[in-house]
Design a protein around this ligand. Sequence first.
Ligand SMILES: [Zn+2]
Ligand SMILES: [Zn+2]
Length: 276
Amino acid sequence: MLFYGDWVYSESSGRSTIVKFCVLASGSSGNAALLATENTRILVDAGLSMRELRKRLASIGESLEAIDAILITHEHSDHVAGLPVLARNKEVRAVIYMTLLAAPAIDWGETPPARLEAFQAGASFQIGDIEVQSFGIPHDAIDPVGYCFEAQGVRVGVATDLGYVPESIKFHLRRTDLLLLEANHDLDMLKVGPYPWSVKQRVMSRVGHLSNLHMSDYLMQDLDSCTANLILGHLSEQNNHPAIVQMVAAEAIERRGLETRLSIASQKAPSEVFQY
Ligand SMILES: [Zn+2]
Ligand SMILES: [Zn+2]
């Protein structure tokens, strides 16, 4: 009976456990997102200044000091701009996770941080009660990765900064309850937009950024029906517009007959806090 009682207790406490996800900023001027359980808090990317990161965390009732780990996707400045300062700060106790090849590309200052865990792209590991799976992404950085997280039975996928969605990534993003996916540019806007031709070619390439068209193809063919929340992010300020992204994605979701809730992440302010 005692055993049964204990079991019922753990079941009910399991149900009350909350997994939170919030995109603090998304776009070419800075990226950061928070994934938190009751016991573990992870930041994905540190592309904001420490001051801005602190401010945005505070706005959702979180603090920088409580972060256990900072996981970096790649070394482009919109993902690591705040990292060297965070690494040196004594009040920040977060362990920094990044790939073996990308870590030396950061300008750490005099010495690399003591709290650095370099991992092989594709590795999976555990941080507190969050399981982390990294996977390589096609992007013009040294060793870029996306992440899939699992905590309390909730799966969260993060895939931005990728030229296209290869089969291996489709595999990793299956069965996600929440997915942050890139919707970087509208092809027509990019073509007539202000970027020099070389930059346009880079953005459009298979190691550039995901277009609305490729995002829509993914939604039409691969988005899992169990993905309750889809957040589209890393929108180009010059070559895209949230209204276009909303329209393209809503159409694909409707044609699939899915009930996925759609949100668009912003550069300027944190998203809502998604809770499970
Ligand atoms: Zn980026
Ligand atoms: Zn990038």
